[in-house]
Design a protein around this ligand. Structure first.
Ligand code: AHM
Ligand code: MG
Length: 339
């Protein structure tokens, strides 16, 4: 741990958590520089967002059928360019691109990056928090015929995860090895600085974060849990929902709260919720695990799920052990059966 407060950097964390002889250390440092650089750029743009006319929609749809905001595109181009320049990234999977991009590498142990370059982008038009999410995978040893299979074959090799939260200040949360740390961007120097104390979910939190407007579409057992947390639980839980996973997760990490984006059934059609496994659920699950928490889809841990599609959606329930255990006890399982 660093001696003076707020002098601990993401670089310190990587060197603390990796072996000096491991070629992956240099790769991680170089990818981290790209994430830091992208964070500085996006953060500076967002500061002036409406003045630059970048907080609105492009009126196009992405491959998920969602409306693409101008900042979704800027985030995509920014991080893709930086990862390309790093020479450390073999492939980039993004929410904003149908197929993974395969990139030229110069480092001996390159990684794969799955990202949501601008999470919660519909918050932009109202100046509410947004984020960027990253999952870093070690490529599997097999030769994969396509970018898709490269990511699918390597999905079990998650080695680091990070998010940037663009809010009143810009925060970088990085999970690597066994720890999760938080750093604040100092816009005057461009440095990301933290205390050196690893983040742990506090116990005894009472926040829940979910879009309760969808409650009629959820499974009965989940509806019962929602009733229990508000009436029978002592103390009753309180609702906080920003509508950007990064913002909601970050508050819950600091204060003790559970985030839920469950499966639903609308007009007889089953869905697995909205969030994507590889670049939303996995990285949050990894960050949570290192902070003493857990993520589940309602029946199995998120980190045990083997994807069959790079843009696969998954129900996500993530938070500290005590609240997720309580959720399991009071909702019954399986939650995602809909049988
Ligand atoms: P996005 O990645 O397209 O921005 O969508 C994901 C976001 C999450 O950050 C957030 O938790 C969720 O969508 C909010 O969805 P809803 O409006 O359905 O509650
Ligand atoms: Mg998202």
């Amino acid at each position: 741990m660093s001696q003076s407060p707020n002098a601990f950097t993401p670089f310190d964390l990587i060197t603390q958590q990796t072996d000096p002889g491991n070629p992956e250390r240099q790769t991680l440092i170089s990818i981290l520089h790209a994430i830091e650089q992208g964070g500085r750029k996006i953060s500076a743009l967002l500061q002036r967002g409406p003045l630059l006319g970048i907080t609105g929609s492009t009126h196009a749809q992405n491959i998920q059928g969602e409306e693409v905001q101008a900042m979704d595109q800027i985030g995509q181009e920014t991080f893709l360019t930086l990862f390309r320049q790093s020479g450390s990234v073999l492939g980039v999977l993004s929410e904003e691109a149908e197929h993974p991009d395969l990139l030229p590498v110069t480092h001996s142990a390159p990684c794969l990056v799955a990202m949501d370059p601008l999470d919660g982008s519909s918050n932009l038009s109202v100046n509410a928090p947004v984020g960027s999410i990253f999952a870093l995978f070690r490529p599997s040893g097999h030769t994969s015929p396509s970018g898709e299979s490269l990511f699918l074959d390597s999905s079990g090799n998650l080695i680091a995860a990070a998010y940037l939260l663009y809010s009143v200040s810009t925060t970088l949360v990085l999970a690597i090895g066994t720890e999760t740390h938080s750093f604040t961007l100092d816009p005057s120097t461009g440095e990301y600085l933290g205390s050196g104390v690893a983040l742990k979910f506090p116990e005894g939190g009472k926040i829940y974060s979910t879009n309760e407007g969808y409650l009629p579409y959820w499974e009965k057992s989940l509806q019962q849990y929602m009733g229990w947390i508000k009436t029978d639980r002592n103390p009753a839980m309180i609702l906080r929902y920003i509508g950007a996973l990064v913002g909601d997760f970050h508050r819950n990490l600091l204060k003790g709260g559970i985030y839920l984006y469950p499966a639903d059934v609308k007009n007889g059609k089953k869905s697995s919720g909205k969030l994507r496994l590889l670049y939303e659920a996995y990285p949050m699950a990894f960050i949570a695990r290192n902070a003493g928490g857990i993520a589940t889809d309602g029946t199995i841990p998120i980190l045990s799920i083997v994807p069959n599609n790079v843009h696969q959606r998954v129900p996500l329930i993530v938070g500290p052990m005590d609240l997720v255990r309580e959720f399991q006890d009071h909702s019954g399982s399986p939650l995602n059966g809909f049988s």
